[in-house]
Design a binder for this molecule. Structure first.
Ligand code: RNT
Ligand code: ZN
Length: 418
């Protein structure tokens, strides 16, 4: 019997003594999709001629090998998929349209420009998600889009928002699957506004126009993403948390929590139980703010563990859609995808292996010392043996040996990109 199998059997017994079924945990984990963001692969540049990123977000670094077109981005993603366990989806932004060289403005985008992605998704047996792109465009240079004071500019972006929903619908119908269509706009002020209400009224009106179009079925999962501040919008963001919490509740659409979009001491995990009482579903943008919303690569830290614990404890993985959202151009971009995805899978597995029944029982009896002891003791249970077994059942390397594959791909493929 291979060593990992022996270790797994021993670990399974150890967990079973606490009433935890590791086989069941692995089976459930393998069915929870993780949406992998296309934009880590090309530094959020897209295919519509943008020279740099705008909207108060920034990908820093100059590591060689950035994907320059759809073919490269797709083959890099497929390679990354081969080293990530679990069920995968791919998250597109509108600016990744393939127009065959034609200049098509954001307000005129149509489903046909995403056929290459749809065909690829079919081959890969994965679902797709979508995002309208309200940045890196001449009409977004002022930092304002859906809340812009100019009617024509606002109208342009409303048309883009509507076009994106139709594209998401078409993808969903072709793939016969849901598509999360997440909306984020950068709109905000660098310094203290005189009027905080006006932009919010305009944003609300624009959103109403975008969502007024009734879609033919429930496959498109619309969601809105708030932010506390961005680069150049430090004083005020029109789409704040309260703004979108109210909006999503009123419209019964989804709310997106980006882990980098709150005060550094705020815990996203604590918000899940509250908001799921009022909105139909949540999107979590898995990110890591370092001192600010810096979009660092997700690692397995306390905030990731806490979010995964909440989802697992509440049994809400069908109502909480997990999506990576970070961008780092200073490292091998494929390693960035793999690290964030594998860490999320680790944190989820860890959450499934908690002695939660014992903790709940202790809590009910007011025995909080016992509750804390279970959290602490579970940190040294044989987790890694279960992780190894999970990776083996998913046919991906369980240890850092995936790095050799990534180095090899870097030499053979990435290094050849000038
Ligand atoms: C920006 C938001 C948004 C973007 C992506 C590219 O602060 O987090 O989700 O990161 O749409
Ligand atoms: Zn985000």
């Amino acid at each position: 019997m291979p060593r990992t199998e022996q270790e797994y059997r021993a670990a399974r017994e150890t967990y079973a003594e606490l009433g935890i079924d590791t086989d069941q945990a692995i089976e459930t984990l393998a069915s929870i999709p993780l949406s992998i963001h296309c934009w880590q692969g090309d530094d959020v540049i897209g295919f519509d001629g943008a020279k740099s990123l705008s909207g108060g977000i920034l990908s820093t670094g100059s590591y060689p090998g950035r994907a320059r077109n759809a073919e490269e981005l797709r083959s890099d993603a497929v390679f990354a998929f081969s080293l990530i366990p679990g069920k995968k989806r791919f998250n597109l932004h509108a600016m990744y349209a393939e127009t065959g060289g034609a200049k098509v403005d954001r307000c005129d985008l149509e489903p046909r420009y995403y056929e290459g992605w749809i065909e690829w998704a079919k081959q890969q047996h994965i679902g797709l998600d979508f995002n309208p792109t309200f940045f890196s465009h001449p009409l977004a240079e002022s930092g304002w889009t859906l809340a812009h004071p100019d009617n024509d500019i606002r109208d342009f972006w409303i048309r883009h928002g509507k076009a994106s929903r139709r594209i998401a619908q078409s993808i969903a119908d072709t793939l016969k699957d849901h598509v999360v269509n997440n909306l984020w706009v950068p709109d905000g002020y660098k310094d203290m506004p005189a009027d905080r209400l006006g932009p919010r009224l305009r944003l609300k009106e624009s959103l109403d126009a975008i969502y007024s179009e009734k879609l033919p079925n429930d496959r498109v999962l619309d969601s809105v993403e708030s932010k506390l501040f961005g680069i150049g919008s430090e004083a005020y963001v029109a789409g704040s948390h309260e703004f979108y919490l109210g909006y999503a509740t009123q419209k019964a659409i989804g709310l997106c929590y980006d882990m980098g979009h709150f005060h550094p001491t705020e815990n996203i995990a604590d918000k899940i139980s509250s908001t799921l009482l009022y909105v139909p579903y949540l999107i979590i943008h898995l990110s890591r703010g370092l001192r600010w919303d810096s979009d660092h690569i997700v690692v397995w830290n306390d905030s990731l563990t806490d979010v995964c614990r909440e989802i697992v404890r509440m049994h809400v993985w069908d109502r909480v859609h997990l999506a990576l959202d970070y961008f780092d151009s200073s490292v091998n971009r494929i390693s960035a995808w793999i690290n964030g995805a594998r860490s999320t899978q680790r944190a989820l597995l860890y959450a499934f292996l908690e002695p939660i029944e014992q903790m709940r029982a202790a809590e009910e009896q007011g025995d909080f010392g016992t509750r804390l002891s279970y959290i602490e003791e579970s940190s040294s249970l044989p987790f890694s043996a279960v992780w190894h077994h999970y990776c083996e059942t998913e046919n991906v390397p369980y240890g850092p040996s995936w790095l050799e594959d990534v180095k090899d791909y870097e030499k053979k493929v990435l290094a050849k990109r000038p």
